[in-house]
Design a protein around this ligand. Structure first.
Ligand SMILES: Cc1cc2nc3c(=O)[nH]c(=O)nc-3n(C[C@H](O)[C@H](O)[C@H](O)COP(=O)(O)O)c2cc1C
Length: 179
């Protein structure tokens, strides 16, 4: 399969890097030609036939570098197949509450760049280490009821399954556009 796919991501603490790499490995195993790059290392997005963009949620939103990429590349990204993935915390919220929180983040992305219509949005738990953050950050998160649970909650099987599932969506849409 001759399919150049870019997997690009924003991160602060690196959990999303591991998820992006796992997606890249799985896509390659399915025969796709894939590059995995941090979002600030992407120089020629137009070289790819489809793009997967991921970011963790911080304070309810994707990181600015990820949304800035969408805004800067809105014309290109509204013309090629695009998928998003969102990385979130494990915390004490109910599953419903957490789902609504993630949906609000996805809606905020859509409201910024409504012309980009992702073929799918992967949603994955990330990782959190309270020792990496200052006491004031932890207290602020706690006060908002948003203090993540410590630990690495990345579900590699779910990430690989999503990569396998999104590949035909990206390539089918690319094929339709060629005709
Ligand atoms: C200051 C801070 C704010 C966060 N805000 C949210 C949030 O609003 N919603 C959420 O689901 N996770 C939140 N998280 C958890 C991160 O999304 C999670 O730890 C993610 O795996 C971090 O990804 P990274 O290691 O790639 O930076 C927050 C974490 C920190 C440290």
């Amino acid at each position: 399969m001759d399919e150049r796919i870019l997997v690009t991501y924003a991160t602060i603490m690196g959990a999303t890097t591991g998820i992006a790499r796992a997606i890249g490995i799985e896509l390659r195993a399915s025969g796709a030609a894939v590059r995995v790059l941090p979002i600030d290392h992407v120089s020629r997005p137009e070289d790819y036939r489809s793009i997967i963009i991921g970011s963790p949620i911080y304070e309810g939103l994707w990181l600015d570098t990820a949304t800035a990429f969408l805004e800067q590349q809105r014309e290109l990204l509204s013309q090629i197949p695009v998928a998003y993935f969102v990385v979130h915390a494990r915390n004490n919220k109910s599953a419903d509450e957490q789902q609504r929180h993630v949906q609000r983040c996805i809606k905020a992305i859509h409201d910024k760049v409504p012309e980009i219509e992702p073929v799918d949005v992967g949603v994955f738990a990330g990782a959190f280490n309270s020792r990496s953050w200052t006491l004031s950050t932890l207290l602020a998160l706690k006060a908002q009821g948003d203090l993540p649970l410590d630990g690495d909650y990345r579900d590699w099987n779910a990430i690989q399954a999503w990569a396998r599932q999104v590949l035909p969506l990206l390539t089918q849409k690319a094929a339709v556009r060629q005709h």
